[in-house]
Write a protein that binds this ligand. Sequence first.
Ligand SMILES: *[C@@H]1O[C@H](CO)[C@@H](O)[C@H](O)[C@H]1NC(C)=O
Ligand SMILES: *[C@@H]1O[C@H](CO)[C@@H](O)[C@H](O)[C@H]1NC(C)=O
Length: 375
Amino acid sequence: MLPRRQEVGIKRPGGGRSSSVINFRTTVSSGSVRRSSAVLPSLLTFLVIVASGGLLLMIEKGLLNGMETPPPRGSSGRRLELLRREDGRHSPAAEDVDSQIIQEIRNRTIRTVCSQKNMPHNIWTLSPLQRKTLLQHVLVNDKHRFLYCYVPKVACSNWKRVLKVLSGALESVDVNVKMDHRSDLLFLSALKPDEIRYRLEHYFKFMFVREPMERLLSAYRNKFGEIESYQRKYGVEIVKRYRKGRAKDASVTGDDVTFAEFVRYLLDEDVERMNEHWMPIYNLCQPCAVSYDFIGSYEQLHSDSEFVLQRIGAPPSVHFPERQTWYKPVTTETLHYYLCSLPQKLLRELLPKYILDFSLFTYPLPNTTTQHCRH
Ligand SMILES: *[C@@H]1O[C@H](CO)[C@@H](O)[C@H](O)[C@H]1NC(C)=O
Ligand SMILES: *[C@@H]1O[C@H](CO)[C@@H](O)[C@H](O)[C@H]1NC(C)=O
């Protein structure tokens, strides 16, 4: 497997941050030379975009200090009930306000970044590969007129369950069957251009996001810790490539890939051709080419999901499933442990690959300073 890179071998990790960004940029536009498909026109613009995202965040946070939170625009139902921050401290009420603020900031950041000239403004200006990936990740429900872009490791199995219940293919979200990720689901990629266009224009479009490193870690722990097919398909190759003296070792089973090895592998991968479990959310759902009506957070999974269910007019009997009992969540402590165990240099090269996920969905970059990691 991993056919693309066999002849390339291990890229020298000496390039640091800039080489990763440039790699990201050139691979983004390599599929097509049309101007409109070049997502990231130049390193400079790119950095300005990221900076403006961060700036927006600070301005918003700053402006909101000691002020009444402005009422949300265009929201209906649940979200109108706004709780005000009495003081600066964190309380359950403050968390609700934070969620509101995050929605607003996310919305504005996406609008600002996506309005840049060289960002894609609709799906037809994407390269064929980008469009194919996107269309394969958008699920359609015609009865309730919505589109859901699924992101692996962001509760997508549970959402697929909900879709199957809504289309009548499954009796209830709690039916104890193994999730089949293909059958009984309609993907946008199965439709004709006119049908796609109509739905993109008229349907309610939503997606869910998650802290990028937490999602990566979740993918790593699940796929390399538990799934034998991934160990065979990716693990063997990763160990051979990145572990000293194992390049020709036939006994490698790929069941003990370390997180650092996994990260080295990610650094050498083209974001547009990655496996969907670690492909950046940006590339899966193209939030600039598709104007999503709602972007929920894994961190607010239940309330955000219930909001969507209400918004799409799901029958009251349909609710969002509880977390599976076998599910081992990634805790802050676990993430802290893994990120702090990584060589600083690897992490500094990794973050730029996921920078659009951090900046568009307004997740702060992880703090991996030595002082912070000591705790
Ligand atoms: C952003 O805000 C606009 C205007 O209020 C709204 O129509 C749109 O649905 C929002 N998008 C997201 C992703 O929240
Ligand atoms: C990172 O954490 C350290 C120690 O907890 C703190 O002093 C520092 O201000 C933090 N840096 C950022 C950028 O948040």
